[in-house]
Design a protein around this ligand. Structure first.
Ligand SMILES: Cc1cc2nc3c(=O)[nH]c(=O)nc-3n(C[C@H](O)[C@H](O)[C@H](O)COP(=O)(O)O)c2cc1C
Length: 148
């Protein structure tokens, strides 16, 4: 059984739906899942070391910039040694924008830059997840947990 943190930010609920689908799949597979949000739960980057896998979800509501609620976390990622720790990134965006799900990529790039191991799928959904996107959430969760 893996100990997994799902940490996300969602303004209109789309990324939240993804987080809940991913959590539901992992709980169904008997893993221990803790869910936190950037806007309501205090997050200490040191805490990331307590988990076998950390999945980070972010919308891209500020023209793709990291949402302000997650900015401190993003900046502080350098302050803890996350080399070879396992992370995955996901989120909802809107393909009408030039930079589709840019925040997901910024978060993934930063994690790779500091030496974390990244789940090879960066899960990006266009607006509200459809049924097939929910299946992609399951596949993402399965791929991630297989890497633990
Ligand atoms: C002001 C604004 C700017 C946005 N900029 C982007 C963007 O650059 N890239 C993108 O993929 N989506 C962009 N979006 C779309 C949101 O990311 C999209 O609606 C997403 O589904 C919101 O996810 P949430 O429901 O988890 O908050 C933007 C939305 C708003 C309101």
């Amino acid at each position: 059984m893996a100990k997994i943190l799902i940490l996300y930010i969602s303004a209109t609920g789309n990324t939240e739906m993804m987080a809940e689908a991913i959590a539901g799949y992992l709980e169904y597979k008997n893993h221990e899942v803790v869910i936190k949000t950037f806007d309501f739960d205090p997050i200490d980057v040191e805490e990331l070391l307590d988990y076998d896998l950390v999945l980070i979800g972010t919308h891209s509501n500020d023209d793709g910039e990291i949402p302000f609620e997650a900015e401190d976390f993003y900046d502080e990622l350098d302050e803890v040694n996350l080399k070879d720790r396992l992370f995955g990134v996901f989120g909802s965006g809107d393909t009408a924008y030039d930079e589709f799900c840019l925040s997901v990529d910024l978060m993934g790039d930063k994690l790779e830059h500091i030496g974390a191991k990244l789940v090879p799928i960066r899960l990006k959904v266009d607006l509200t997840p459809a049924n097939e996107d929910m299946e992609r959430c399951d596949a993402f969760a399965e791929t991630a947990v297989q890497m633990v």
